[in-house]
Design a protein around this ligand. Structure first.
Ligand code: MN
Length: 190
């Protein structure tokens, strides 16, 4: 199976100025594409050759895991954004209130987790088997699916996600990207 770069659900300049067309050109067009290309090369004639990306993430280790997980994570991240402001659906708002006290409390905790993640990685909102929500940090390519959690939302905090637009100001990137989250997509993953 040859994997290909999934299409974006918006035009490359639609998220500007929070995420510029130049960042999309590099982050989506080059970094994400490279993970897909590397994955395709690595799985050739391997036990992973006919698996979907999610199955590879759950079963592989090493470089194949890293490239498959980065492919999965980037698709999930880009699919979670929208240029059109979306209000949080009630079913999600209720669960967030239960877990974090309020929507504002959730935002504070999520952004803190994303801002304090040391080095490269991802901040996630996840749901466990009992339906409880939690915020998770992962390093590098790691994905909470391998810990038995269901990802609902992620924000990429690798430097390549924000350096063109924000240089070292990760917190400014997080504040801006927060307004791009498609809460309908997040709720749809519950
Ligand atoms: Mn990235």
């Amino acid at each position: 199976m040859t994997h290909s770069l999934p299409e974006l659900p918006y035009s490359p300049d639609a998220l500007a100025p929070a995420i510029s067309a130049e960042t999309i050109e590099f982050h989506y067009g080059k970094h994400f594409q490279t993970y897909i290309d590397n994955l395709n090369k690595m799985i050739e004639d391997s036990p992973y050759e006919d698996m979907g990306i999610e199955e590879i993430v759950m079963k592989a280790g090493g470089a194949i895991f890293n490239n498959a997980a980065q492919a999965w994570n980037h698709d999930f991240y880009f699919q979670s954004l929208t240029p059109v402001p979306v209000e949080m659906p009630e079913v999600l708002a209720g669960k967030i209130e239960k877990a974090f006290g309020s929507a504002a409390g959730f935002k504070t905790e999520f952004i803190k987790a994303a801002a304090t993640l040391f080095g490269s990685g991802w901040a996630w909102l996840c749901e466990d088997k009992d339906g409880a929500l939690s915020i998770v940090q992962t390093q590098n390519a790691d994905n909470p699916m391998t810990q038995g959690l269901k990802p609902l939302l992620t924000i990429d905090v690798w430097e390549h996600a924000y350096y063109i637009d924000y240089r070292n100001r990760r917190a400014a990137y997080l504040e801006a990207v927060w307004n791009l989250i498609d809460w309908n997509k997040v709720a749809g993953r519950l």
